[in-house]
Every structure is written in C-alpha cells, then in structure tokens.
Design a protein around this ligand. Sequence first.
Ligand SMILES: Nc1ncnc2c1ncn2[C@@H]1O[C@H](COP(=O)(O)OP(=O)(O)OP(=O)(O)O)[C@@H](O)[C@H]1O
Length: 332
Amino acid sequence: MTDNSFLQAANVSMRYPGVHAAGVNNVDLHIKPHAITAIVGASGSGKTTLLRLLYGLISPDSGLITFKRERIWGPEEKLIPGHDGMKMVTQHTDDLNLFAKVADNVSILLPSTNLKAKKEKTEKVLQQLNMLHLAGKRIADLSGGEKQRVAIARALVTQPEVLFLDEPFNQVDTSFRDGLQRDIRQVVKETGITVVMVSHDPAEVLSMADVLVVMKDGEIIESGTPQELYRHPGSLYTAKLLGNCNVLTAEEAKLLHISAEKQTVVIYPDELTLTNSWSHRDWIVKEILFKGFYEELLLGRDGVAIHAYNIKKGTHHIGEKLHVKANRWLEY
Ligand SMILES: Nc1ncnc2c1ncn2[C@@H]1O[C@H](COP(=O)(O)OP(=O)(O)OP(=O)(O)O)[C@@H](O)[C@H]1O
C-alpha cells in the first residue's frame, strides 16, 4: 500500500454557509501512515475545518476525501458522524463521566464479552499513557492535564487506525505537555497508529511531528518535515509561524552587514552571534529577558530593534555595546 491510498483529500473545498471566505479551499493532502502530521497555521486558517472534514464530521462542498480508497461519509450519511476506524480528541473533555473512575471511563468503550481482555486492554493503554496509577481515581479528582490524558486513552483503547487531536495540549501546562507529547510519540512507535493533530503553536509541535502541513486562509501553502520547514521556510508566513524570528527590511539588514537581494530579511535569534571583544560594537543591549535556561537580549541600533539568545546567562548587561553577526538569514 502506498502512502497515497491511506487518508487523503483531493481538491477539497468547503465554505461555511453565509460566511465569505471561510473554511478550506482546494486542499490536496496525503496523510502519511504510522506518523504524526501536525496541521499548523494562524488562527482561522482552516485547521480545525480540515480535521473535521478528514474525520467526516462535516462534508466537503467539492472534492473527495478517502480513507484506504473509500470515500469518507459525511454526517448526513451516517447515524453517528465520524469514521469508525478513527477517533478524535479535542481540548474539551466533557464526554468523560466525572463520577466514574479513570479505568471505567476508558473501558466503557470495549465490549463486555471478554472481561479479562477488557481489563488487560484498559490497563495497557493506561500504562502507555503513564497513568496506570490513576486507574482508581474519579475523573472529578483529576487535573485538567490528567483529564486530557484520559480522553486520549479512551480514544486509543478501541485501537483506531487514525487519531485526530485538535489542540489537545491547550489546557495542559508546559511541564505536563512535554511528557504527554513524548508519550504520544511512543504510542505511535509501539502501535503504528497514525496521528493527525492541529496546533496554533507550531513551535510546540516541532519536536513532536514527523510532517508539518502549513495552512493559510483555508489553503495548504507548504508541507515538509519540521527540520526542512524550519531551515528553509518557503514563505515569510511560515518563517514567522515556526520561530520567533527577526524580520527586517533589506535596508535595515545592512546594519548587520547583510546585502540582501530581496525586500525582506528573516533571521532566527539563534543565528545571531554576539561578541563584546570586537572593535565594531555598534548594537546596544536595551533589555535582557530571563527565559529560564537562556536569556533573550533586545538590541537596538539606529532605531532598528532585533532580539538574540544568550545561553551563557549573566554575561551581558543593559547599555553594553556588542558586535552582532548574522550566521544565516532568509530572504523574501
Ligand atoms: N461553524 C462555523 N460557522 C461559520 N464559520 C466558521 C465556523 N467554523 C469556523 N468558521 C470560520 O472558518 C474559518 C476557519 O476556521 P477554523 O476553525 O477551521 O480555523 P482554525 O485554523 O482551526 O482556527 P483556530 O486556530 O482559531 O482554532 C475561520 O474564518 C472561521 O471563522
């Protein structure tokens, strides 16, 4: 089976009734099986709409969505909308039974014909998501992040082929988020499930996704591995989306000794080297922001502001003059 016969959208468009230019437009997409695809884009770019189309929660106005060469049925064609071989988890965990235990919330989706198998499957999925120790707790007594894990465990227990995650980490604090992302990666490795997720914060999924799909105004504008897109974003939109970059005009970039051929120059802050030993120290440190394991320095020169990172904390001070060298930049 080639990748193309797994989950795909061909020339799919969908407009919400009465809303001008909202929805998705001419989308072509092949989802890679056994991998994590993250759909990223600015707010309102059509990410959730695309996810709901792929799952069959809404129908396209035109174009075709297929899963293993079969057309995905829309909500008007099915009693229970959504494809049987897929599951979707959103940031809302409302369908969990607050007063039932974690294990019961997960196992309820399994048939009761073989109670031993039901128990084993439930325990396995709780183990995979590192929450076996919470099996006997009531949902009402869990944190938001833990509830999110239960919702994912519940989706996984029936062994769907595709798991859709719509902003699943929104309610989860950063420390919890990293662990959940690692566990989901591990589940993909162990079970071969395919994950398609939506995130409004691409930086958070750079380390998690195998493939990034970038959406803008309802269209897919580019896709690739996180490494490819981060290093060679095809547009200013993608560059801004993936990193907290410096965006300068070609004229401003001359202050960094860059002679650009195009109008706009993009420099990621980690591509700037700061030195205080050179003679040409023409940038002034305006602000130093503590960021935990690194500092973010705001620098100014002739009315132009840039930001750079410093991992050797405490080596610079406000008002200090520095030489700034751009090691790599992109032009648009
Ligand atoms: N039910 C709806 N009725 C009308 N318009 C809608 C509806 N849902 C979404 N839209 C519009 O369609 C466009 C795409 O919305 P969608 O929710 O898919 O974007 P998104 O990229 O997921 O955004 P966000 O990151 O803010 O969740 C937006 O302009 C949105 O306002």
